[in-house]
Ligand binder design. Sequence first.
Ligand SMILES: Cc1cc2nc3c(=O)[nH]c(=O)nc-3n(C[C@H](O)[C@H](O)[C@H](O)COP(=O)(O)OP(=O)(O)OC[C@H]3O[C@@H](n4cnc5c(N)ncnc54)[C@H](O)[C@@H]3O)c2cc1C
Length: 804
Amino acid sequence: MKSRVQVVVIGGGVVGCSVLYHLTKMGWKDVVLIERSELTSGSTWHAAGGFHTLNADTNMATLQGYTIKLYQELEEISGQSCGLHHVGGITLANDEDRMDFLKAEHAKHRHMGLDTRLVDPAEIKEICPVINPDGVIGGMYDPLDGHLDPSGTTHAYAKAARIQGAEIYLRNRVLELNPRGDSTWDVVTEQGTVHTDYVVNAGGLWAREVNELAGVYLPLLPMEHQYLVTDDIPEVYERDTELPHVMDPTGESYFRQEGRGLVLGTYEQRCEPWSLDGTPWDFGHELLENKLDRISESLEMAYHRYPCLEKAGIKTIINGPFTFAPDGNPLVGPVPGLPGYWTACAVMAGFSQGGGVGLTVAEWMVEGEPSRDVFAMDVARFGDYCSRSYTRDTVVQNYQRRFAVGYPNEELLAGRPFKTTPLYGIWKSQNAVFGSMYGMEAVNYFAPEGEEPYEVPTFRRSNAFETIAEECRAVREAVGLNEVHNFGKYEIIGPDAESWLNHVVTNRVPDEGRMALTAMLSPRGKLMGDFTMSRLGPECIQLTASYGAQAFHMRWFQDHMPASGVSVRNVSDTRIGLQVAGPNAREVMSRVTRSDVSNEAMPFLSVRRMDVGVVPAIVCRVSYTGGLGYEIYVSPEHQVSLYYTLVEAGADLGMRPFGMRAMMSLRLEKSFGSWMREYKPDYSAAETGLDRFVRLKKNDFIGRDAAMAERDNPPARKLVTMIVEANDADVVADEPIWRGNEVIGFVTSGGYAHYSQKSVAMGFVPRELAIDGEAFEIEILGQKCPATIIMTPLFDPDASQMRG
Ligand SMILES: Cc1cc2nc3c(=O)[nH]c(=O)nc-3n(C[C@H](O)[C@H](O)[C@H](O)COP(=O)(O)OP(=O)(O)OC[C@H]3O[C@@H](n4cnc5c(N)ncnc54)[C@H](O)[C@@H]3O)c2cc1C
């Protein structure tokens, strides 16, 4: 075994072998894979081998498409068959909601280059004659779906990697992972120690144990999963062509042909985590005991759906474990806080996702950043807040929801409430309906008195529509009160705070007492963040950003941190507070502080330390609602005091609490973008308009060359705001934008702007079409709705309220 290498990949399942292959494909040859037993010795060997592109995240779906198209290349390089069966697949819909879901997915596929189509019951029967279409109202057909031989495919990755220079060490367990302190690692194995620049945990079923060796906990858990293989069935083997895959969400089952019989698998409600306290090292090629009683309801529905099953005997029943993260997507990338330690685990669909995971790891490692936004599988989308019990509850929920319709306004309940602020009980007593982000509860809206605090999940306008409209009106016409706990907040401190930040972000760090908006770029000019900077002192700057990006942003800061002179503290949960927003906001503030809050003393984008009521606070003259507003930051122990002070002061000024639904509606009226919607690593500053916060003349900063190149050669697409003639459903994200018969762009987000009473969409169109009044059509739930670009904001177009 080599003693010094560039990369050690731990685990010879389909994912580890794909990572190894992609590293060699990108030119890194000094890479090795270490496997405890033989290749495929974890979940991989007993997989059903199905693959598909469907994924709620568009980039994940694209990477799944990449994986499927890769197999032919692999076969050619390795000479090893993957046992491919490109038979196509249908997802059935039994009700209108499911059909809406499929319509929305199908619409996204148009701009992703995926070739799906919607089908009616007659076509379904034609494509899959053994189906009984009773109760089915339609479906979506994807020609890319199919299945393969899991073992052959894993060996094809491994062979191709070896041909391209990698080495694989079998029967060699990794026993210890020891960091040297310079971001390199000693990997201690049964056959000796290897010193490496990078470790990749592709330990699959044992990924938890490998993480423990590195001293980190990541949220993943194995679940038991069963499928059965039938004896030969004449209706199957007498056909000339192979049957397609069928996903029947109502029956929570998937179905495909296997030789002369069928495979039927289920994602049942009565599911079970496997080996909660850890995977035994001696677990290997054994299967788990069958638990058919747990899937009896699904089997009954399957027998109804595929009548030919009734005559068939069961040849084999497979019950095996494989791992999931709380949202079902993989955990990939550099683990925050552990330089040199990477993960490629929790891959629950190794044959749909393995290629994309391998490509992503290799691009990120070799080139410094992936070629697309991969936040949906980034290990940093979860922070260190996840406890083992939180992981268990959310992973079980995800398994049970494998076939559930994902509604845009749905709030999942497992593991909640997890993190709350001191105001939680007060909001609850006011009939608040909560959402959750990064484990933190935040009010979505306040249900009317006497009404159940519950927003019905839907693709259309919900039961909360009127209430949100009232909250918006209060903010626009009087004053609204809302928490600011759900921003990510960072304090940059030290003598070099200003110079370091000027190197990391695109705008100039403001003078003391002032605020500025800024972008943060990758070297390639992709957006890594959009921040508000508040200069609190000569050596102290506060950054505010998305709450859900905390581990993502902290990882970036730490990766670019000098040895001394500056430090970054994540104060997201220790600096919380409230905002007052609306025309009466200044009057409220003037009643609660002796400090001068007049426009002269405290203009737009200024920041002051002051007492509010009796508590010390940082007050920022800014509001994401786009009108007059103040964000007031305090310590958690002062939040309740602050609340009562503001409520008392605002009682005769029409003050009303409002939630995130209203906030997201109000920001649309100002065309304010939002992180992971309009702003994310897929896009650049010039594409999104954030180039107005790029100061090319200041000293060198990360991404400057790319930003210069964009200035000289403007990008092909541009973010715009459109008014949509929608019916009862507004855009969510990723809807295609049509011009004539051509899809020319896509939506990033939108919704109903209640105060302006307009349906709004933000999205990308070709630069030459980004003109005021330009007309398009946006496809919402299968219907093309006229849409027109507006270049001036719907509310406060001259910013007189915001700045006045
Ligand atoms: C019943 C069942 C049906 C499935 N059906 C499908 C399907 O139809 N389609 C699909 O895409 N997916 C399916 N899956 C899921 C699929 O099996 C997984 O997504 C995939 O196998 C994950 O691969 P992996 O490489 O991440 O992990 P694993 O296959 O678990 O591989 C991890 C490897 O790491 C090695 N290892 C761990 N620790 C160490 C160590 N310390 N030192 C050295 N080596 C170590 C292990 O020995 C193992 O070989 C199914 C799973 C099950 C259980």
